[in-house]
Design a protein around this ligand. Sequence first.
Ligand SMILES: NC(=O)c1ccc[n+]([C@@H]2O[C@H](COP(=O)([O-])OP(=O)(O)OC[C@H]3O[C@@H](n4cnc5c(N)ncnc54)[C@H](OP(=O)(O)O)[C@@H]3O)[C@@H](O)[C@H]2O)c1
Length: 245
Amino acid sequence: MTAPNRDKFSQKRVIVTGASSGIGLALVRQLDTQGADLMAIGRRAASELPPDFPQIGYQSLDVSAGDTGPQLVELIAARGWDGLDLIIHIAGIGHCRPVADEDAASIAGTVATNCLAPITITHALAPHLARASGAVVFVGSAAHKGASGFPVYAATKGALAGFARALRSEWRGRIGVQILHPGPTQTAMHDRAGHDPGRLRALFLSADDAAAAMLRQIAAGRSPQKTGHGAVLRMRAVRMLAGGR
Ligand SMILES: NC(=O)c1ccc[n+]([C@@H]2O[C@H](COP(=O)([O-])OP(=O)(O)OC[C@H]3O[C@@H](n4cnc5c(N)ncnc54)[C@H](OP(=O)(O)O)[C@@H]3O)[C@@H](O)[C@H]2O)c1
């Protein structure tokens, strides 16, 4: 018995948004180790990446600006890729505050980043995905059913789940579609969102564990999938049964 995703990503042409931090950074590190041909997207400049960022193609793009799809099409051509095997939409933001304390610009920014961007990028890249019989993976959240304290964030993740479900049905047999819902994970997102989880932070998944569980879920192709401690324990059990792979 072998771990199913061991060679799944080798030489695959993969775009990851939100690759400069947190879960996305852990994912590109693991995909790089597995031999994927990667295009990593983040908002910060390349000079602001962690010093141990993998030696992979990195582009600074603001996905909330609305023109990222056509920009990625140009970057794909510049790389000489004649198709795209996988795009993982991880870029996301959120704010922990009641809706009364939101402002219009912040609401629009959250919707643009978490919801409009993955939809419009997927629309632009559809021909490239179809050419490679590729797959698109949306990263939602356990908050997609509604989360107290994060109403706008929860709304964007709920909308994304609806889009992913409809697209999975529409593209069945041509392009794979998945949505993965990570549970609370130890990343910078909580501080950026103004959320202090207190002692609960110690119970959060590590970004490495969340990324490894997500890669297993992507390899298996099922949707929707939750990524919590249960998924991580299952992954470890399979690895043990496979002799430590
Ligand atoms: N952490 C959790 O507990 C948790 C739970 C459920 C779901 N999630 C989801 O997991 C995903 C990753 O979150 P994380 O926890 O890893 O957060 P994170 O460490 O804050 O990383 C967020 C990533 O998104 C990028 N990003 C944000 N806005 C962007 C924009 N406008 N254009 C381009 N890139 C942008 C960031 O780039 P820069 O850093 O360069 O700005 C960063 O790479 C998000 O979709 C989040 O909703 C997280």
